[in-house]
Design a protein around this ligand. Structure first.
Ligand code: SF4
Length: 403
């Protein structure tokens, strides 16, 4: 294995890189297509079913879904970022935009400051993370709501949620603590253009799912002004295939997690027992859109999928199952990024909840996983070396670049 000496250099390929000349065909968007897709946004947000949570809330009226977001676009940071996989970060950096809120809410979330709906308030990280812990503690309640309301059905989970519901759906915003970093679609388009001027290799949209329509509108506006970078959709993988389909001709690269193969684990840590099947279906939809990975002459990915798997302590078998599932379906046509950077969150230590998550992934566990992947035939992949467990990889969510 190759040792990393520079922390910026977080990822190493497990095999030599294959570079392909490729044009970014998705840049040739049809403006008519753009218009028709963006125009459906308002209707959809009035009964939001954008992600597999299928809340059915009216975000236009200020109702919060499970993602903690109403209809307003909130961004915590927009800057060049050097800590993604090499074909994404390149040498000049990826123009990375961190959106506020998240539909998934994993208990171990490393970006808890912005994934929680309280971003912009003065609450500490430990307090904010209670949202995730509380939600998982009442996961059976949420699962029964999900079972009650299938996505696409006219009934709304906003009406089935009770006042003791563990999630946020059906509640109203208190505006004084939630106005931070609200921007318009035109401002988001300007951010794309600014990052392009700064030399970004691409635009990297982190946790974009719940803002899909605003993002599409912003891409349209930016393209009209000559914006010419690939779009990277950086997601938890908990996506509806129908929503992924809306991104056709807008997104070039999917940088997507595949977190769990086990429904029980997905329920325990993310309150989403359907994650394995949902994420797999989403991955198939992504692949139908991008096909195999292609790169430009500089080794920057212009099309394709990187599947990230963050190994969790004590979950070697589940990690192996994830790799097997992805590889059996996509072979080496998608790139696997196997990550060992899991960092225990302080709340686990304080509250003695999830004691198994109170340590980092051992070198033995990670080495076993890498060996398993190589034995399986995985060759299009990245691995990390020791020293990548470091909170300093979380950037400052201070509104940098958001104006
Ligand atoms: S995007 Fe938000 S409001 Fe819409 S279904 Fe998902 S969690 Fe619910």
């Amino acid at each position: 294995m190759i040792k990393i000496t520079d922390k910026k250099d977080m990822f190493r390929r497990t095999t030599s890189e294959t570079q392909h000349e490729a044009k970014c065909e998705n840049l040739k968007v049809s403006l008519r297509d753009l218009d028709s897709k963006a125009s459906t946004a308002n209707k959809a947000l009035a009964n939001c079913m954008l992600c597999p949570r299928c809340c059915g809330v009216n975000r236009l009226k200020g109702q919060l879904g499970h993602c903690g977001s109403d209809a307003r676009l909130r961004v915590a940071r927009a800057a060049l970022h050097h800590w993604e996989e090499p074909p994404i970060s390149g040498w000049r950096g990826s123009g990375t935009i961190f959106f506020v809120g998240c539909p998934l809410h994993c208990v171990y979330c490393q970006n808890i400051q912005i994934s929680a709906s309280d971003f912009g308030s003065q609450k500490s990280t430990a307090v904010v993370s209670e949202t995730n812990l509380h939600m998982v503690a009442h996961c059976d309640d949420l699962d029964s709501q999900v079972a009650l309301t299938a996505c696409g059905s006219p009934s709304s989970k906003a009406t089935t949620a009770t006042s003791s519901s563990p999630n946020l759906q059906g509640t109203m915003l208190t505006h004084e603590s939630h106005d931070a970093h609200v921007i318009s679609e035109q401002q988001l388009a300007n951010i794309f253009l600014n990052l392009e001027k700064q030399g970004a290799h691409n635009i990297n949209l982190v946790t974009p799912t719940h803002y899909l329509y605003s993002i599409i509108a912003a891409i349209k506006l930016a393209r009209l002004e000559g914006f010419n970078l690939p779009i990277v959709y950086n997601t938890s993988g908990y996506e509806r295939p129908e929503s992924i389909a809306l991104l056709t001709n807008f997104v070039d690269v999917f940088l997507t997690d595949f977190k769990y193969a086990s429904a029980a684990l997905a329920k325990r840590y993310s309150c989403a027992s359907d994650y394995p099947e949902v994420a797999f279906a989403a991955l198939q939809a992504m692949y139908a859109q991008t096909g195999a990975c292609t790169f430009n002459s500089d080794g920057i990915m212009t099309k394709g999928i990187i599947v990230r798997h963050l190994m969790l302590p004590g979950q070697l078998q589940d990690s192996k199952a994830v790799i097997k599932k992805v590889f059996q379906e996509f072979d080496n046509n998608v790139c696997l990024s196997l990550m060992n950077q899991y960092t225990p969150m302080p709340q686990f230590l304080q509250k003695n909840r999830f004691p198994e998550l109170c340590r980092t992934v051992s070198e033995y566990e990670y080495d076993e996983l890498i060996e398993y992947a190589l034995d399986l035939g995985v060759s299009n992949s990245f691995m990390q070396e020791e020293g990548t467990v470091d909170a300093s990889f979380v950037p400052a969510f201070d509104g940098t670049g958001v104006y």
